[in-house]
Design a protein around this ligand. Structure first.
Ligand code: HEM
Length: 574
Protein backbone atom coordinates (compact mmCIF):
# COMPACT_ATOMS: atom_id res chain seq x y z
CA UNK A 1 0.00 0.00 0.00
CA UNK A 2 1.14 3.51 -0.79
CA UNK A 3 2.67 5.35 2.22
CA UNK A 4 0.36 8.34 1.70
CA UNK A 5 -2.73 6.09 1.91
CA UNK A 6 -1.46 4.54 5.14
CA UNK A 7 -0.91 7.97 6.57
CA UNK A 8 -4.40 9.17 5.60
CA UNK A 9 -5.94 6.02 7.08
CA UNK A 10 -4.00 6.44 10.34
CA UNK A 11 -4.99 10.09 10.62
CA UNK A 12 -8.64 9.28 9.96
CA UNK A 13 -8.59 6.60 12.67
CA UNK A 14 -7.00 9.05 15.09
CA UNK A 15 -9.65 11.64 14.26
CA UNK A 16 -12.47 9.16 14.81
CA UNK A 17 -11.01 7.92 18.09
CA UNK A 18 -10.56 11.45 19.37
CA UNK A 19 -14.09 12.45 18.33
CA UNK A 20 -15.49 9.35 20.00
CA UNK A 21 -13.49 9.92 23.18
CA UNK A 22 -14.54 13.53 23.40
CA UNK A 23 -18.23 12.91 22.76
CA UNK A 24 -18.38 9.93 25.13
CA UNK A 25 -17.22 12.12 28.01
CA UNK A 26 -19.01 15.29 27.00
CA UNK A 27 -22.42 14.27 28.32
CA UNK A 28 -21.13 14.28 31.89
CA UNK A 29 -18.73 17.22 31.84
CA UNK A 30 -19.77 20.90 32.04
CA UNK A 31 -20.55 22.50 28.67
CA UNK A 32 -18.02 24.34 26.56
CA UNK A 33 -17.02 25.27 23.04
CA UNK A 34 -16.99 22.43 20.51
CA UNK A 35 -13.44 21.08 20.28
CA UNK A 36 -11.66 20.26 17.03
CA UNK A 37 -10.27 16.74 16.77
CA UNK A 38 -6.72 16.48 18.10
CA UNK A 39 -6.35 20.28 18.53
CA UNK A 40 -9.28 20.69 20.89
CA UNK A 41 -10.13 24.36 21.57
CA UNK A 42 -6.60 25.60 21.11
CA UNK A 43 -7.58 27.86 18.21
CA UNK A 44 -10.31 29.52 20.30
CA UNK A 45 -7.86 30.53 23.02
CA UNK A 46 -5.39 33.38 22.92
CA UNK A 47 -2.24 31.66 24.16
CA UNK A 48 -0.72 35.00 25.14
CA UNK A 49 -3.64 35.80 27.42
CA UNK A 50 -5.40 32.61 28.43
CA UNK A 51 -7.16 34.26 31.32
CA UNK A 52 -8.86 36.80 29.04
CA UNK A 53 -9.98 34.01 26.70
CA UNK A 54 -11.44 32.13 29.67
CA UNK A 55 -13.35 35.23 30.78
CA UNK A 56 -14.85 35.53 27.30
CA UNK A 57 -15.86 31.87 27.31
CA UNK A 58 -17.42 32.18 30.77
CA UNK A 59 -19.76 34.82 29.35
CA UNK A 60 -21.09 32.15 27.00
CA UNK A 61 -20.93 29.01 29.14
CA UNK A 62 -21.19 30.24 32.72
CA UNK A 63 -18.81 29.92 35.69
CA UNK A 64 -18.06 26.20 35.19
CA UNK A 65 -17.19 25.02 31.69
CA UNK A 66 -14.97 22.63 29.78
CA UNK A 67 -12.25 23.40 27.25
CA UNK A 68 -10.02 20.91 25.45
CA UNK A 69 -6.27 21.42 25.38
CA UNK A 70 -5.59 18.99 22.58
CA UNK A 71 -7.63 15.91 23.37
CA UNK A 72 -7.58 16.54 27.09
CA UNK A 73 -10.67 18.03 28.74
CA UNK A 74 -10.05 20.71 31.35
CA UNK A 75 -12.80 21.96 33.63
CA UNK A 76 -12.53 25.71 34.19
CA UNK A 77 -13.67 27.40 37.42
CA UNK A 78 -14.48 31.07 36.88
CA UNK A 79 -15.52 33.55 39.60
CA UNK A 80 -15.42 33.47 43.39
CA UNK A 81 -18.49 31.29 43.96
CA UNK A 82 -17.33 28.43 41.72
CA UNK A 83 -13.74 28.61 42.99
CA UNK A 84 -14.87 28.61 46.63
CA UNK A 85 -17.36 25.78 46.14
CA UNK A 86 -14.68 23.63 44.55
CA UNK A 87 -11.40 24.46 46.32
CA UNK A 88 -12.79 25.14 49.80
CA UNK A 89 -16.13 23.32 50.18
CA UNK A 90 -14.86 20.27 48.26
CA UNK A 91 -11.23 20.82 49.24
CA UNK A 92 -10.16 17.17 49.33
CA UNK A 93 -11.76 16.27 46.00
CA UNK A 94 -10.15 19.20 44.18
CA UNK A 95 -6.75 18.89 45.87
CA UNK A 96 -5.03 16.82 43.17
CA UNK A 97 -2.31 18.38 41.06
CA UNK A 98 -3.14 18.31 37.36
CA UNK A 99 -0.72 16.81 34.88
CA UNK A 100 2.22 19.07 34.15
CA UNK A 101 3.97 17.28 31.29
CA UNK A 102 6.99 19.53 31.52
CA UNK A 103 7.51 18.63 35.18
CA UNK A 104 7.15 14.94 34.31
CA UNK A 105 9.73 15.28 31.58
CA UNK A 106 12.01 17.17 33.95
CA UNK A 107 11.59 14.45 36.58
CA UNK A 108 10.41 16.79 39.35
CA UNK A 109 7.04 15.24 40.24
CA UNK A 110 7.99 13.83 43.61
CA UNK A 111 8.40 17.01 45.65
CA UNK A 112 5.48 19.25 46.66
CA UNK A 113 4.49 21.40 43.65
CA UNK A 114 3.73 18.63 41.17
CA UNK A 115 3.20 15.61 43.41
CA UNK A 116 0.04 13.84 44.51
CA UNK A 117 -1.13 11.44 47.21
CA UNK A 118 0.99 10.50 50.16
CA UNK A 119 4.22 12.08 48.93
CA UNK A 120 2.46 15.44 48.46
CA UNK A 121 0.81 15.29 51.91
CA UNK A 122 4.08 14.48 53.69
CA UNK A 123 6.20 16.96 51.76
CA UNK A 124 3.63 19.74 52.17
CA UNK A 125 3.33 19.17 55.92
CA UNK A 126 7.08 19.14 56.30
CA UNK A 127 7.56 22.28 54.15
CA UNK A 128 4.85 24.18 56.01
CA UNK A 129 6.39 23.31 59.32
CA UNK A 130 9.82 24.38 58.13
CA UNK A 131 8.61 27.63 56.56
CA UNK A 132 6.12 28.61 59.23
CA UNK A 133 7.88 27.86 62.40
CA UNK A 134 11.58 28.21 62.40
CA UNK A 135 13.36 27.41 59.19
CA UNK A 136 15.91 24.79 60.08
CA UNK A 137 17.72 26.70 62.77
CA UNK A 138 17.07 28.70 65.86
CA UNK A 139 16.68 32.08 64.19
CA UNK A 140 13.17 33.11 63.26
CA UNK A 141 12.14 33.48 59.65
CA UNK A 142 11.34 37.16 60.30
CA UNK A 143 14.86 37.66 61.55
CA UNK A 144 16.22 36.24 58.30
CA UNK A 145 13.94 38.36 56.14
CA UNK A 146 14.93 41.49 58.10
CA UNK A 147 18.60 40.67 57.61
CA UNK A 148 18.01 40.31 53.87
CA UNK A 149 16.00 43.53 53.75
CA UNK A 150 18.99 45.33 55.24
CA UNK A 151 21.36 43.81 52.63
CA UNK A 152 18.89 44.66 49.86
CA UNK A 153 18.82 48.31 50.93
CA UNK A 154 22.64 48.44 51.06
CA UNK A 155 22.85 46.89 47.59
CA UNK A 156 20.35 49.41 46.23
CA UNK A 157 22.35 52.22 47.83
CA UNK A 158 25.28 51.21 45.60
CA UNK A 159 23.30 52.40 42.56
CA UNK A 160 24.11 55.95 43.81
CA UNK A 161 20.73 57.29 42.79
CA UNK A 162 21.49 56.60 39.11
CA UNK A 163 18.91 55.00 36.79
CA UNK A 164 18.94 51.22 37.23
CA UNK A 165 16.92 48.16 36.25
CA UNK A 166 16.03 46.61 39.64
CA UNK A 167 15.35 43.09 38.27
CA UNK A 168 18.60 41.46 39.33
CA UNK A 169 18.82 42.89 42.85
CA UNK A 170 15.14 42.24 43.57
CA UNK A 171 15.66 38.65 42.37
CA UNK A 172 18.57 38.09 44.75
CA UNK A 173 16.73 38.99 47.95
CA UNK A 174 13.91 36.36 47.94
CA UNK A 175 16.30 33.70 46.64
CA UNK A 176 18.69 34.47 49.47
CA UNK A 177 15.89 34.20 52.05
CA UNK A 178 15.28 30.63 50.93
CA UNK A 179 19.04 29.96 50.98
CA UNK A 180 19.09 31.31 54.51
CA UNK A 181 16.21 29.02 55.57
CA UNK A 182 17.46 25.89 53.80
CA UNK A 183 21.24 26.21 53.99
CA UNK A 184 21.43 28.36 57.14
CA UNK A 185 23.41 30.82 55.09
CA UNK A 186 22.82 33.76 52.83
CA UNK A 187 25.14 34.51 49.92
CA UNK A 188 26.82 37.67 48.76
CA UNK A 189 24.96 38.93 45.67
CA UNK A 190 28.19 38.51 43.68
CA UNK A 191 29.00 34.96 44.81
CA UNK A 192 29.43 32.85 41.61
CA UNK A 193 27.60 29.85 43.12
CA UNK A 194 24.64 32.06 44.00
CA UNK A 195 24.69 33.66 40.56
CA UNK A 196 24.65 30.23 38.93
CA UNK A 197 21.62 29.22 41.02
CA UNK A 198 19.82 32.45 40.11
CA UNK A 199 20.58 32.05 36.42
CA UNK A 200 19.16 28.53 36.34
CA UNK A 201 16.01 29.53 38.21
CA UNK A 202 15.45 32.41 35.79
CA UNK A 203 15.85 30.05 32.87
CA UNK A 204 13.23 27.70 34.32
CA UNK A 205 10.74 30.53 34.81
CA UNK A 206 11.40 31.80 31.31
CA UNK A 207 10.50 28.34 29.98
CA UNK A 208 7.44 28.09 32.22
CA UNK A 209 6.22 31.57 31.23
CA UNK A 210 6.16 30.58 27.59
CA UNK A 211 2.55 30.43 26.50
CA UNK A 212 3.27 27.12 24.77
CA UNK A 213 3.83 25.45 28.09
CA UNK A 214 0.10 25.59 28.61
CA UNK A 215 -0.17 23.28 25.64
CA UNK A 216 2.91 21.18 26.27
CA UNK A 217 0.59 18.18 26.31
CA UNK A 218 0.76 18.44 22.55
CA UNK A 219 4.37 17.41 22.49
CA UNK A 220 5.15 18.81 19.08
CA UNK A 221 4.96 22.33 20.56
CA UNK A 222 7.11 21.35 23.47
CA UNK A 223 9.88 20.15 21.22
CA UNK A 224 9.63 23.05 18.84
CA UNK A 225 10.05 25.54 21.63
CA UNK A 226 12.67 23.41 23.32
CA UNK A 227 10.70 23.47 26.56
CA UNK A 228 12.58 20.76 28.29
CA UNK A 229 15.24 20.79 30.92
CA UNK A 230 16.42 18.09 33.22
CA UNK A 231 15.26 19.08 36.68
CA UNK A 232 16.46 15.82 38.20
CA UNK A 233 19.97 16.41 36.95
CA UNK A 234 19.73 20.03 38.03
CA UNK A 235 18.71 19.09 41.55
CA UNK A 236 21.56 16.65 41.87
CA UNK A 237 23.89 19.23 40.35
CA UNK A 238 23.77 22.81 41.53
CA UNK A 239 21.75 22.31 44.69
CA UNK A 240 23.98 19.48 45.77
CA UNK A 241 27.07 21.60 45.28
CA UNK A 242 25.74 24.41 47.41
CA UNK A 243 24.86 22.21 50.28
CA UNK A 244 21.31 20.96 50.04
CA UNK A 245 22.72 17.53 50.23
CA UNK A 246 24.02 18.24 53.69
CA UNK A 247 20.76 19.88 54.77
CA UNK A 248 18.60 17.08 53.39
CA UNK A 249 20.69 14.33 54.90
CA UNK A 250 20.30 16.00 58.27
CA UNK A 251 16.53 15.93 58.00
CA UNK A 252 16.55 12.54 56.38
CA UNK A 253 18.18 10.77 59.26
CA UNK A 254 15.76 12.36 61.76
CA UNK A 255 12.72 11.68 59.66
CA UNK A 256 13.75 8.16 58.74
CA UNK A 257 13.66 7.26 62.39
CA UNK A 258 10.04 8.39 62.64
CA UNK A 259 8.79 7.40 59.23
CA UNK A 260 9.41 3.89 58.14
CA UNK A 261 7.28 4.43 55.02
CA UNK A 262 10.21 6.43 53.68
CA UNK A 263 8.36 9.29 51.97
CA UNK A 264 11.39 11.23 53.13
CA UNK A 265 13.90 9.89 50.67
CA UNK A 266 16.83 11.95 49.54
CA UNK A 267 15.17 12.27 46.15
CA UNK A 268 11.83 13.63 47.46
CA UNK A 269 13.60 16.04 49.78
CA UNK A 270 15.90 17.34 47.07
CA UNK A 271 12.95 17.91 44.76
CA UNK A 272 11.05 19.63 47.58
CA UNK A 273 13.96 22.00 48.15
CA UNK A 274 14.10 22.59 44.41
CA UNK A 275 10.33 23.33 44.46
CA UNK A 276 10.73 25.88 47.25
CA UNK A 277 13.34 27.71 45.19
CA UNK A 278 11.28 27.39 42.04
CA UNK A 279 8.02 28.53 43.64
CA UNK A 280 9.44 31.05 46.07
CA UNK A 281 11.99 33.10 44.19
CA UNK A 282 10.59 34.55 40.98
CA UNK A 283 7.06 34.88 42.37
CA UNK A 284 8.14 37.17 45.19
CA UNK A 285 10.73 39.08 43.17
CA UNK A 286 8.28 39.72 40.31
CA UNK A 287 5.76 40.99 42.86
CA UNK A 288 8.38 43.40 44.25
CA UNK A 289 9.44 44.55 40.78
CA UNK A 290 5.85 45.06 39.67
CA UNK A 291 5.07 46.73 42.99
CA UNK A 292 7.84 49.32 42.57
CA UNK A 293 6.61 50.05 39.04
CA UNK A 294 3.11 50.73 40.39
CA UNK A 295 4.53 52.95 43.12
CA UNK A 296 6.45 54.92 40.47
CA UNK A 297 3.27 55.30 38.47
CA UNK A 298 1.33 56.49 41.53
CA UNK A 299 3.59 58.90 43.47
CA UNK A 300 0.64 60.07 45.59
CA UNK A 301 0.23 56.50 46.91
CA UNK A 302 3.98 56.22 47.57
CA UNK A 303 3.97 59.51 49.49
CA UNK A 304 1.16 58.26 51.75
CA UNK A 305 3.00 55.00 52.45
CA UNK A 306 6.16 56.93 53.30
CA UNK A 307 4.20 59.20 55.61
CA UNK A 308 2.86 56.14 57.41
CA UNK A 309 6.35 54.63 57.62
CA UNK A 310 7.69 57.91 59.12
CA UNK A 311 4.87 57.98 61.61
CA UNK A 312 4.90 54.33 62.72
CA UNK A 313 8.48 53.12 62.18
CA UNK A 314 10.60 56.23 61.72
CA UNK A 315 13.83 56.29 59.72
CA UNK A 316 16.14 54.30 61.94
CA UNK A 317 14.46 51.13 63.21
CA UNK A 318 14.06 48.12 60.88
CA UNK A 319 10.45 47.49 59.87
CA UNK A 320 8.94 44.40 61.50
CA UNK A 321 5.73 42.42 61.01
CA UNK A 322 4.13 43.92 64.12
CA UNK A 323 4.18 47.30 62.38
CA UNK A 324 1.76 46.06 59.73
CA UNK A 325 -1.25 46.15 62.05
CA UNK A 326 -0.55 49.85 62.70
CA UNK A 327 -0.16 50.63 58.99
CA UNK A 328 -3.57 50.13 57.35
CA UNK A 329 -2.72 52.19 54.28
CA UNK A 330 0.54 50.33 53.56
CA UNK A 331 -1.22 47.02 54.17
CA UNK A 332 -3.91 48.03 51.67
CA UNK A 333 -1.26 49.07 49.12
CA UNK A 334 0.54 45.72 49.41
CA UNK A 335 -2.77 43.86 48.96
CA UNK A 336 -3.71 46.06 46.01
CA UNK A 337 -0.35 45.43 44.34
CA UNK A 338 -0.93 41.68 44.60
CA UNK A 339 -4.53 41.96 43.42
CA UNK A 340 -3.77 44.24 40.52
CA UNK A 341 -0.75 42.36 39.15
CA UNK A 342 -2.64 39.03 39.24
CA UNK A 343 0.69 37.21 39.27
CA UNK A 344 -0.46 33.65 38.53
CA UNK A 345 -3.70 34.22 36.56
CA UNK A 346 -4.72 30.55 36.25
CA UNK A 347 -2.92 29.17 39.31
CA UNK A 348 -1.31 25.76 38.81
CA UNK A 349 -3.45 22.99 37.30
CA UNK A 350 -5.58 21.05 39.79
CA UNK A 351 -7.07 17.60 39.35
CA UNK A 352 -10.07 15.86 40.91
CA UNK A 353 -9.06 12.96 43.11
CA UNK A 354 -12.43 11.06 42.83
CA UNK A 355 -15.37 10.92 40.46
CA UNK A 356 -17.48 13.82 41.73
CA UNK A 357 -20.80 15.45 41.15
CA UNK A 358 -20.33 19.20 40.95
CA UNK A 359 -23.19 21.59 40.10
CA UNK A 360 -25.07 18.70 38.46
CA UNK A 361 -22.13 17.69 36.29
CA UNK A 362 -20.07 14.55 36.70
CA UNK A 363 -16.35 15.17 36.72
CA UNK A 364 -14.41 11.90 36.45
CA UNK A 365 -11.40 11.18 38.68
CA UNK A 366 -8.19 12.46 37.10
CA UNK A 367 -9.83 15.33 35.17
CA UNK A 368 -7.68 18.49 35.15
CA UNK A 369 -9.17 21.66 36.63
CA UNK A 370 -8.09 25.18 35.80
CA UNK A 371 -8.77 27.81 38.46
CA UNK A 372 -9.14 31.35 37.12
CA UNK A 373 -7.67 33.42 39.95
CA UNK A 374 -7.96 36.50 37.71
CA UNK A 375 -11.74 36.17 37.70
CA UNK A 376 -11.73 36.42 41.51
CA UNK A 377 -9.12 39.19 41.83
CA UNK A 378 -10.89 41.26 39.17
CA UNK A 379 -14.47 40.64 40.38
CA UNK A 380 -16.12 44.03 39.88
CA UNK A 381 -18.81 43.36 42.48
CA UNK A 382 -16.16 43.20 45.18
CA UNK A 383 -13.54 45.52 43.67
CA UNK A 384 -15.30 48.35 41.78
CA UNK A 385 -13.29 49.39 38.70
CA UNK A 386 -10.95 46.42 39.07
CA UNK A 387 -8.76 47.61 36.15
CA UNK A 388 -7.73 50.62 38.24
CA UNK A 389 -4.94 50.41 40.81
CA UNK A 390 -6.61 51.73 43.95
CA UNK A 391 -5.59 50.88 47.54
CA UNK A 392 -9.15 51.95 48.45
CA UNK A 393 -10.19 48.45 47.37
CA UNK A 394 -8.84 47.30 50.74
CA UNK A 395 -9.86 50.25 52.95
CA UNK A 396 -13.18 51.05 54.66
CA UNK A 397 -14.69 54.54 54.99
CA UNK A 398 -12.63 55.25 58.10
CA UNK A 399 -9.36 54.31 56.43
CA UNK A 400 -9.09 50.98 58.28
CA UNK A 401 -7.76 47.94 56.46
CA UNK A 402 -10.61 45.89 54.95
CA UNK A 403 -10.10 42.16 54.38
CA UNK A 404 -11.64 40.48 51.36
CA UNK A 405 -12.36 36.82 50.64
CA UNK A 406 -11.63 37.61 47.01
CA UNK A 407 -7.97 38.31 47.77
CA UNK A 408 -6.70 35.07 46.25
CA UNK A 409 -3.27 35.61 44.62
CA UNK A 410 -2.07 32.56 46.58
CA UNK A 411 -5.09 30.48 45.44
CA UNK A 412 -7.26 28.75 48.06
CA UNK A 413 -8.06 25.41 49.66
CA UNK A 414 -5.75 22.51 50.32
CA UNK A 415 -3.29 23.43 47.58
CA UNK A 416 -3.03 27.08 48.63
CA UNK A 417 0.53 28.41 48.25
CA UNK A 418 2.70 26.77 50.90
CA UNK A 419 4.87 29.89 51.11
CA UNK A 420 2.05 32.41 51.58
CA UNK A 421 3.18 33.53 55.04
CA UNK A 422 6.78 33.92 53.97
CA UNK A 423 5.86 35.70 50.74
CA UNK A 424 3.62 38.20 52.53
CA UNK A 425 6.32 38.87 55.07
CA UNK A 426 8.92 39.42 52.35
CA UNK A 427 6.75 41.74 50.26
CA UNK A 428 5.83 43.87 53.30
CA UNK A 429 9.31 44.03 54.83
CA UNK A 430 11.21 44.54 51.57
CA UNK A 431 8.88 47.25 50.28
CA UNK A 432 8.70 49.16 53.56
CA UNK A 433 12.48 48.91 54.00
CA UNK A 434 13.02 50.35 50.50
CA UNK A 435 10.51 53.17 51.00
CA UNK A 436 11.94 53.94 54.43
CA UNK A 437 15.36 54.63 52.93
CA UNK A 438 14.76 55.88 49.38
CA UNK A 439 12.70 58.25 47.32
CA UNK A 440 11.63 56.52 44.11
CA UNK A 441 12.18 58.58 40.97
CA UNK A 442 10.94 57.52 37.58
CA UNK A 443 13.10 58.26 34.53
CA UNK A 444 9.95 59.09 32.56
CA UNK A 445 6.86 61.07 33.47
CA UNK A 446 4.75 58.80 35.77
CA UNK A 447 1.77 59.45 33.48
CA UNK A 448 3.67 57.75 30.64
CA UNK A 449 4.44 54.58 32.61
CA UNK A 450 2.64 51.61 31.09
CA UNK A 451 1.88 48.91 33.68
CA UNK A 452 0.39 46.38 31.25
CA UNK A 453 2.15 43.01 31.61
CA UNK A 454 4.38 41.99 28.71
CA UNK A 455 3.61 38.30 29.26
CA UNK A 456 0.53 36.73 30.70
CA UNK A 457 1.09 32.98 30.28
CA UNK A 458 1.77 31.11 33.47
CA UNK A 459 2.84 34.32 35.24
CA UNK A 460 2.26 38.03 34.60
CA UNK A 461 5.54 39.75 33.82
CA UNK A 462 5.86 43.55 34.15
CA UNK A 463 7.43 45.58 31.35
CA UNK A 464 11.13 46.33 31.85
CA UNK A 465 11.84 49.73 33.40
CA UNK A 466 14.49 51.80 35.13
CA UNK A 467 14.20 53.88 38.27
CA UNK A 468 16.42 56.02 40.48
CA UNK A 469 16.56 55.30 44.19
CA UNK A 470 17.52 58.54 45.91
CA UNK A 471 18.66 57.94 49.50
CA UNK A 472 16.39 59.75 51.92
CA UNK A 473 17.88 62.12 54.43
CA UNK A 474 18.50 60.32 57.69
CA UNK A 475 16.20 62.87 59.28
CA UNK A 476 12.59 62.79 58.39
CA UNK A 477 11.24 65.93 56.77
CA UNK A 478 8.51 65.89 59.36
CA UNK A 479 11.03 66.05 62.15
CA UNK A 480 12.29 69.17 63.75
CA UNK A 481 15.99 69.26 64.18
CA UNK A 482 17.46 71.03 67.11
CA UNK A 483 21.10 71.86 66.89
CA UNK A 484 22.84 72.64 70.08
CA UNK A 485 26.26 74.11 69.79
CA UNK A 486 28.64 71.77 71.37
CA UNK A 487 32.10 72.97 72.45
CA UNK A 488 34.13 74.55 69.67
CA UNK A 489 32.63 78.05 69.41
CA UNK A 490 30.94 77.91 72.75
CA UNK A 491 27.87 79.42 71.19
CA UNK A 492 24.60 78.32 72.67
CA UNK A 493 22.14 79.58 70.15
CA UNK A 494 20.47 77.11 67.84
CA UNK A 495 18.54 77.12 64.68
CA UNK A 496 15.41 75.22 63.76
CA UNK A 497 14.36 74.14 60.37
CA UNK A 498 13.43 71.33 58.08
CA UNK A 499 16.53 71.40 55.99
CA UNK A 500 19.10 70.91 58.68
CA UNK A 501 22.04 70.79 56.28
CA UNK A 502 21.24 74.25 54.98
CA UNK A 503 20.74 75.63 58.48
CA UNK A 504 23.98 74.18 59.67
CA UNK A 505 26.04 75.66 56.91
CA UNK A 506 25.96 79.12 58.47
CA UNK A 507 28.02 78.02 61.45
CA UNK A 508 31.72 77.34 61.77
CA UNK A 509 32.63 73.74 62.51
CA UNK A 510 29.08 72.46 62.29
CA UNK A 511 30.33 68.90 62.04
CA UNK A 512 30.96 69.03 65.79
CA UNK A 513 27.38 69.76 66.72
CA UNK A 514 25.34 67.54 68.88
CA UNK A 515 22.16 66.97 66.93
CA UNK A 516 19.01 65.99 68.71
CA UNK A 517 16.01 64.92 66.72
CA UNK A 518 12.50 65.22 68.02
CA UNK A 519 9.34 64.09 66.26
CA UNK A 520 7.40 67.21 65.36
CA UNK A 521 4.18 65.69 64.15
CA UNK A 522 2.79 65.26 67.62
CA UNK A 523 -0.91 65.43 68.27
CA UNK A 524 -2.49 68.85 68.72
CA UNK A 525 0.04 70.45 66.42
CA UNK A 526 2.36 71.41 69.28
CA UNK A 527 6.05 71.00 68.53
CA UNK A 528 8.06 69.99 71.56
CA UNK A 529 11.77 70.53 71.74
CA UNK A 530 13.76 68.63 74.26
CA UNK A 531 17.08 70.18 75.08
CA UNK A 532 18.90 67.10 76.29
CA UNK A 533 22.06 69.14 76.86
CA UNK A 534 20.26 71.16 79.50
CA UNK A 535 19.88 68.07 81.68
CA UNK A 536 23.40 66.55 81.89
CA UNK A 537 24.79 70.07 82.02
CA UNK A 538 22.56 71.08 84.93
CA UNK A 539 24.96 72.71 87.42
CA UNK A 540 22.76 71.85 90.42
CA UNK A 541 23.25 68.13 89.71
CA UNK A 542 26.75 68.31 88.20
CA UNK A 543 28.79 71.20 89.65
CA UNK A 544 31.04 72.73 86.97
CA UNK A 545 29.30 70.78 84.20
CA UNK A 546 31.75 72.11 81.56
CA UNK A 547 34.58 70.25 83.27
CA UNK A 548 35.21 66.60 82.44
CA UNK A 549 35.15 64.99 85.89
CA UNK A 550 34.27 61.32 86.70
CA UNK A 551 33.57 62.64 90.21
CA UNK A 552 30.19 63.73 88.84
CA UNK A 553 29.23 60.03 89.16
CA UNK A 554 30.93 59.17 92.47
CA UNK A 555 29.65 59.63 96.02
CA UNK A 556 31.77 60.63 99.01
CA UNK A 557 32.89 56.99 99.52
CA UNK A 558 33.95 56.77 95.86
CA UNK A 559 31.07 54.42 95.03
CA UNK A 560 29.34 54.79 91.68
CA UNK A 561 26.43 57.22 91.97
CA UNK A 562 23.48 56.91 89.66
CA UNK A 563 21.87 60.09 88.44
CA UNK A 564 18.43 60.67 86.96
CA UNK A 565 20.06 63.49 85.07
CA UNK A 566 22.10 61.05 82.98
CA UNK A 567 20.10 61.29 79.75
CA UNK A 568 22.63 60.65 77.05
CA UNK A 569 20.09 58.25 75.50
CA UNK A 570 17.11 60.55 76.12
CA UNK A 571 14.25 59.24 78.23
CA UNK A 572 10.68 57.97 78.05
CA UNK A 573 9.27 55.11 75.98
CA UNK A 574 11.63 54.05 73.21
C1 HEM B 1 4.09 36.65 46.00
C2 HEM B 1 4.57 35.46 46.01
C3 HEM B 1 3.84 34.19 45.70
C4 HEM B 1 2.68 33.97 45.02
C5 HEM B 1 1.76 35.00 44.38
C6 HEM B 1 2.44 32.54 45.03
C7 HEM B 1 1.36 31.94 44.44
C8 HEM B 1 1.15 30.56 44.40
C9 HEM B 1 0.08 29.91 43.72
C10 HEM B 1 -1.03 30.61 42.96
C11 HEM B 1 0.23 28.58 43.89
C12 HEM B 1 -0.65 27.47 43.32
C13 HEM B 1 -1.70 27.07 44.31
C14 HEM B 1 -2.66 26.06 43.73
O1 HEM B 1 -2.24 24.99 43.31
O2 HEM B 1 -3.87 26.35 43.67
C15 HEM B 1 1.40 28.37 44.70
C16 HEM B 1 1.86 27.15 45.10
C17 HEM B 1 2.99 26.96 45.86
N1 HEM B 1 3.82 27.94 46.36
FE1 HEM B 1 3.59 29.95 46.10
N2 HEM B 1 3.45 31.93 45.71
C18 HEM B 1 4.33 32.89 46.15
C19 HEM B 1 5.48 32.71 46.90
C20 HEM B 1 5.90 31.50 47.39
C21 HEM B 1 7.02 31.31 48.28
C22 HEM B 1 7.89 32.41 48.87
C23 HEM B 1 7.13 29.96 48.48
C24 HEM B 1 8.09 29.16 49.34
C25 HEM B 1 9.23 29.44 49.68
C26 HEM B 1 6.08 29.30 47.74
C27 HEM B 1 5.88 27.95 47.70
C28 HEM B 1 4.82 27.33 47.05
C29 HEM B 1 4.64 25.90 47.02
C30 HEM B 1 5.56 24.86 47.67
C31 HEM B 1 3.48 25.67 46.28
C32 HEM B 1 2.85 24.32 45.96
C33 HEM B 1 1.79 23.98 47.01
C34 HEM B 1 1.15 22.62 46.76
O3 HEM B 1 1.15 22.15 45.64
O4 HEM B 1 0.66 22.05 47.75
N3 HEM B 1 5.35 30.27 47.09
N4 HEM B 1 1.95 29.60 45.00
Amino acid sequence: MDLAVVLVLCLSCLLLISLWKQSSRKGKLPPGPTPLPILGNILQLDVKNISKSLTNLSKLYGPVFTVYFGMKPIVVLHGYEAVKEALIDLGEEFSGRGAFPLAERANIVNGILFSNGKTWKEMRRFSLMTLRNFGMGKRSIEDRVQEEAHCLVEELRKTNGLPCDPTFILGCAPCNVICSIIFQNRFDYKDPVFLDLMERLNEILRILSSPWVQFAEISVFGKEKNVSFNGGEYCQGTLTRIGVFGASVGILTDKEKQNQQLEFTLETLTTTVFDLFGAGTETTSTTLRYGLLLLLKHPEVTAKVQEEIDHVIGRHRSPCMQDRSHMPYTDAVVHEIQRYIDLVPSSLPHMVTHDIEFRNYIIPKGTSVLVSLSSVLYDDKVFPNPEIFDPGHFLDESGNFKKSDCFTPFSAGKRICAGEGLARMEVFLFLTSILQKFTLKSVVDPKDIDTTPIANGFASVPPPYKLCLIPLNAFSTSLLVMVQFHCRNNRNDFKLGKDNQENLKGYDGYENFLIVIIPANMRGGIDILTSLTSVPHDDKEFPNPEVFDPGHFLDESDNFRKSDYFMAFSTGPC
